[in-house]
Design a protein around this ligand. Sequence first.
Ligand code: BMA
Length: 361
Amino acid sequence: MNKIMTTIAALALTTASMAASRQPAIKLINRLAAIQKQGVMIGHQDDPMYGCSWKWEENRSDVKEVCGDYPAVMGFDLGDLELGKDKNLDGVPFDRMRKEIIKQHERGGIITLSWHTNNPATGKNAWDFEGDAVSKILPGGKLNKKFNSWLTMATNFINSLKTADGQKVPVIFRPWHEMSGGWFWWGEGRCTAEQYKKLYRYTYNYMMRLGCSNIVWAYSPNLADQTETVEHYEKYYPGDDVVDLIGIDIYQREPNNAQYQGWLRSELDVVKKVGENRKKLIALTETGYNNVPDPTWFTETLLPVLKEYPICYVLLWRNAWDNPTENYIAAPGKPSEQDFKKFYADPKTLFVKDINLVNIK
Ligand code: BMA
């Protein structure tokens, strides 16, 4: 009897302490699941930092200037944080990023972080895939110590995301994204699938040991060259115990809406199936159509597909201040402006005012 009691007590303790160590993340996971039943949240990368015709001003947002509300999800990128810089690779100051993350949380919105990490082996950027970096940064490799210091910097930033009363702000973190393409040093052909999984799990364990209780962990490959399959999609999947949300990154590159919709459906069919099998939330973790030249793209190309899948959010990429060919969401004066208002008015699309009462406390 005593032995059984002790075992039960020990088990309860393990569960409780594990839950306690992830409490802000678990709260967000539950909230995402509740919101998903109401519609799909619309997200935008770097939304309050800059837009098509402005940069660094406060309280601005191209989305808000078109439809009167902030996006439900805001994305930010940590690239260059690991070099000790005070601005990221796109010129966004990290102090400002922290401030906007907290503001977005306080208005009831959601945050996702990506990390275009520099190549630790060559010192060049994330798109430099030379140098066999992954094998060098894993334990036993000669760059492991350096990599640990990079992980510590990312951890410190994420741990510093707190409201004035000391509550940690939960974030969806998407490390080592688009690994099924070969363009990043952690991607296809730059390491084996086994090495990639080790890298992801190592990152998870390292950051969790340092107390990142506020991370919802995301796995986000990119569009496959062929029709997507479960086997291909899961090639780099690091394990159910280290992933909370799965997604896919897909862009439209040409004026061929039907082709893009076909890609979305081929991928989202698989993401949905894997999500059901593994009991994970699903999302369209990045998308967009450069400059959105089609004036009805949001309501006639993107929206019909969003309506077919139980995805909790879609993240449209940035309206780059530093590159006029890279803008992905509506802005005042752009051809898609009127259509984006219709997209906003559709009951399926959720912006911050639609979600700020769902389970925030
Ligand atoms: C990429 C592009 C780059 C940018 C990077 C990180 O997809 O938008 O211009 O530097 O994301 O935001």
